[in-house]
Ligand binder design. Structure first.
Ligand code: SF4
Length: 353
């Protein structure tokens, strides 16, 4: 694997802060590499959950839906023994099933109990936080306006917490369709991976229509989504083309391309793999921006940088607008079983000794 350090040799190195005309020398064929990029804490935890479950229980381990929205991650885990299914019904009774990082509705837990499945919930804690908010406001009989994309797994899971109280608002143009029971008792919540700017536009329109609309107790769009959008906005105006590594069903990856274009990138493309980059995208370009969605392993970004280096874009400058140190512990049910297995191994070793 090519390291960032290796790719930065001969380049301006890592730059902390905004991009200004003075901060970037007018070089030919360069790459501006966004940081933060790639794996977030929730994705890291979800992928580790499947890996540890495979080690602990052995293959196969069933995973309901893609554990995270990334083709490479899914095929790698499949090769290790994970079986991805769409619904619990496809999981043999009594088997182990992992729920994805995007979260599930309570009825999915109920179905798992009915099928006697050993369920491990890899829902990102920041998605769980939104579920808790939905339950709390529903218990207080609020109308909840959930800003998000129709059909996205996270939205389905969150809406399932309080279907009678939640209505989806899919972008600013959907505000006209909102109808509430009591304009004084309404709150908005959101999917965690939306465009920050578009969400604020939706909220502004909602507030025009519903002046007493309440905001969530804390930001629902997560730190990883916000940070990746912030840095791509910084570099986009300098870029002839921005390449975002990520899958088409990854909401935060798709948003990164949109944000880059909105911030001034002349062109933007989403690729799963370096091999998808078309040479004509680079024709006449001198500056290429590179980032990756929150479900993308760093290896794939390194392959993109190597691909670009082969085409003359060997000078890489990494722009950093935030440092991320957040980590989440593995799901409680998995940790409990790992601890029990470790204790059993220690007891067996003591008997042998
Ligand atoms: S993108 Fe945000 S909400 Fe989604 S898994 Fe990562 S940290 Fe959690």
């Amino acid at each position: 694997m090519v390291s960032v350090a290796a790719l930065l040799v001969g380049a301006a190195g890592t730059y902390h802060g905004g991009v200004t005309a003075d901060s970037i020398s007018p070089v030919r064929k360069r790459v501006l590499l966004a940081k933060p990029r790639g794996y977030c804490a929730g994705v890291d935890r979800a992928v580790q959950t499947v890996e540890e479950a495979l080690k602990l229980y052995g293959a196969p381990v069933y995973v309901r839906k893609q554990i995270v929205h990334n083709k490479h991650v899914v095929t790698t885990l499949e090769a290790a023994g994970a079986i991805f299914v769409e619904e619990n019904e496809e999981v043999p009774e009594g088997s182990t099933v992992v729920f994805s990082a995007h979260g599930v509705a309570p009825e999915v837990h109920e179905q798992a109990r009915e099928r006697r499945l050993k369920a491990i919930d890899a829902t990102c804690p920041l998605v769980t936080k939104v579920h808790h908010e939905a339950k709390r406001f529903a218990a207080d009989d609020y109308d909840i306006l959930l800003i998000g994309h129709e059909g996205h797994e996270e939205v389905i899971g969150t809406a399932g917490e309080a279907p009678a109280h939640i209505q989806l608002v899919d972008g600013p143009d959907d505000v006209d369709n909102v109808v509430v029971r009591d304009p004084a008792k309404v709150v908005w919540l959101s999917q965690t991976t939306l465009s920050v700017d578009e969400t604020m536009e939706t909220v502004a329109r909602l507030k025009t229509k519903l002046p007493l609309l309440q905001s969530p107790p804390s930001d629902d769009i997560c730190y990883a989504t916000s940070n990746r959008q912030h840095v791509i906005k910084e570099i986009a105006p300098e870029c002839d083309v921005v390449i975002v590594v990520g899958s088409t069903n990854s909401s935060n990856s798709v948003r990164l391309v949109e944000v880059a274009l909105g911030a001034g990138a002349r062109a933007g493309h989403l690729v799963d793999f370096a091999s998808e980059i078309q040479d004509e995208w680079l024709e006449g370009a001198t500056t290429v921006g590179v980032s990756s969605g929150a479900s993308v392993p760093e290896d794939l970004v390194m392959e993109v940088l190597a691909h670009l280096a082969d085409r003359g874009f060997g000078e890489v400058t990494e722009f950093t607008t935030a440092e991320e140190r957040l980590t989440f512990s593995l799901p409680q049910e998995l940790r409990r079983d790992m601890k029990a297995a470790a204790a059993a191994r220690a007891a067996a070793a003591a008997v042998v000794a």
